[in-house]
Design a protein around this ligand. Structure first.
Ligand SMILES: [Mn+2]
Length: 350
């Protein structure tokens, strides 16, 4: 059944137990075929409201590769997720219809063809009414996704990363790498630079040209120093006010997290934020009009004991919670919480 954003429907109409994850009470979480969050795999996007999509691709990587193996590791690690968010009582799988939409097949021999394939696949998802949640893949993945998501006009972006990814070119004029996606997205009018907030920026850099572009175009960069000095509550309050209540994309590069907690990534930088701060910052996005989100740059060959894939899958779940709520609000439906958890939770963040 096809649903559109225009259709108003009750939460009960939208809810279908066939689209719940497999419960760990029915089948232990280490058993079964690992889809994202143990959701059903949907071969078609029709009727799906939030689709989790893998993009196994690292053709934009400029340094250590391996993010092409991210989606498979993230699917496996995501079987550790349970049904409800104990901190916020969010019930994403009961709030909207979620599914694993499979992988977008890349062309390992062609960067340009892979970008075209991703854009085409996501255009189909968006046309079917899906809000996409992407598991990368390197950060160049976000560019073709944004081409599909921002077709109706530029969107804002809250971007967690240790790098701006606003560089102009690499290796003598080459414009498409995982260090350039948001420069291209601003040039293509997919992102409104005055509604971009980048959080966690740090490390050594090339020449500062990306920072000059950010200042000149109105991108708000929150360095790791500012984040730690002011605290994540103040920074996220400012980020929310900058993007406002208009459509916003959320991009989370796993290298924003300190490499002691997320070592399996291509371009690590020490002095990052913790997994707990990451969870708090993503939860602070609840209430924004999120039109898509991604978790990128998990590189299993550089991982240790699967820690980075587990961190990535856990952040994917937090992104799913706030994205599902945004979808429900756009459809005029109630945002659902687990009432038993909400009754005893430390602080529900509706
Ligand atoms: Mn990045």
């Amino acid at each position: 059944m096809t649903r559109t954003n225009q259709e108003s429907e009750s939460a009960m109409d939208a809810f279908d137990p066939a689209f719940l994850p497999v419960s760990g009470f029915d089948l232990p979480r280490f058993a079964g075929i690992p889809t994202f969050m143990r959701l059903p795999h949907a071969p078609s996007p029709e009727g799906i409201e939030v689709g989790i999509v893998g993009v196994p691709w690292d053709g934009g990587t400029t340094n250590r590769p391996g993010a092409r193996h991210g989606p498979r590791a993230l699917r496996d690690a995501s079987s550790m997720m349970r049904m409800f968010n104990q901190a916020t009582a969010a019930a994403p799988f009961h709030t909207v219809r979620c599914a694993d939409l499979g992988d977008v097949g890349p062309n390992p021999a062609s960067l340009e063809d892979t970008i075209a394939r991703i854009e085409k696949a996501y255009a189909g998802f968006v046309a079917a009414g899906v809000t996409p949640l992407t598991a990368g893949g390197d950060h160049l993945t976000s560019l073709p996704v944004l081409r599909a998501v921002a077709k109706g006009g530029p969107v804002g972006m809250i971007h967690f990363d240790s790098h701006t990814d606003l560089n102009d070119d690499y290796f003598g004029g080459f414009k498409l790498t995982h260090g350039t996606p948001f420069r291209r997205a601003v040039e293509e009018n997919l992102l409104d630079p005055r509604r971009i907030v980048q959080v966690g920026i740090r490390g050594t850099t090339y020449d500062g040209e990306d920072r000059e572009f950010a200042v000149a175009s109105g991108v708000r960069i929150v360095s790791i120093e500012e984040l730690m000095d002011r605290g994540h509550e103040a920074v996220m309050a400012e980020a929310r006010s900058i993007v406002g209540n208009r459509p916003v994309y959320v991009s989370f590069d796993i290298d924003g997290i300190d490499p002691s907690q997320a070592p399996g990534t291509g371009t690590p930088e020490i002095g990052g934020f913790s997994t707990f701060t990451a969870q708090k910052m993503v939860r602070a996005l609840d209430g924004l009009d999120i039109v898509g989100a991604d978790l990128v740059e998990v590189s299993p060959p550089f991982d240790v004991g699967g820690i980075t894939a587990f961190v990535g899958a856990s952040i994917l779940f937090e992104l799913l919670c706030v994205t599902a709520n945004a979808v429900a609000r756009r459809k005029g439906r109630p945002v659902l919480f687990n009432e038993r958890i909400a009754a005893v939770a430390w602080k529900v963040n509706p």
